[in-house]
Structures are given as structure tokens and as C-alpha cells.
Design a protein around this ligand. Structure first.
Ligand code: SF4
Ligand code: SF4
Length: 83
């Protein structure tokens, strides 16, 4: 009886990159309210990325922002590293 355990190497995914354009943001807090995993928080007038590890790249914040002030760049799209 062999007790072979298969070890799968989990590659750590790079988190998404969230950019907030302060010139366009009007502090409506919609992005903060719509984020299902509470990644964003208000810090003074602007939202900030408080918990990037919780971001699922669902894009809701970007879609809901009425001023196109927040963008989410999904990581892993360029996972083509040839060695
Ligand atoms: S939804 Fe857009 S305008 Fe509103 S706080 Fe978020 S980034 Fe700013
Ligand atoms: S992409 Fe989704 S999970 Fe990530 S900050 Fe925006 S709303 Fe939240």
C-alpha cells in the first residue's frame, strides 16, 4: 500500500492592480460600497486600496464608478514566462 501524496505547487497569483485617478474621483464612495470583498476604504476624500489580497478582480468598482476614476488591471494575463 503506497501512501503517495501528490504535492501540487500552488503558484501565487499576483494581485490585481487597482488605480484610482484622484483628478476624476468625486468621492461618491460607490466603489467602496459595491466591492463585495471590502477591498476599498475611504481615507479622507479618496478611496484607497486597503486589502488588495481580498480582491477577486470582479471589476465591479470599475464598472460602477460614474467618473471612470478607478481601474482594475487583472494580473496573470502575461503569464508567458519562457525560461
Ligand atoms: S466610485 Fe469612482 S468617483 Fe466614486 S469614490 Fe470610487 S473612484 Fe471615486
Ligand atoms: S475588482 Fe471587485 S473585488 Fe476588486 S476592488 Fe473592485 S469591486 Fe472589489
Amino acid at each position: 500500500m503506497s501512501d503517495e501524496s501528490v504535492v501540487t505547487k500552488k503558484r501565487k497569483k499576483a494581485p490585481p492592480i487597482i488605480t484610482i485617478n484622484k483628478d476624476w474621483c468625486k468621492s461618491c464612495e460607490i466603489c467602496v460600497e459595491f466591492c463585495p470583498t471590502h477591498v476599498l476604504e475611504m481615507q479622507g476624500f479618496y478611496p484607497v486600496v486597503a486589502h488588495i489580497d481580498q480582491c477577486t478582480a470582479c471589476m465591479l468598482c470599475e464598472y460602477r464608478c460614474p467618473d471612470f476614476a478607478i481601474t482594475v488591471e487583472k494580473a496573470g494575463a502575461d503569464d508567458n514566462a519562457a525560461d
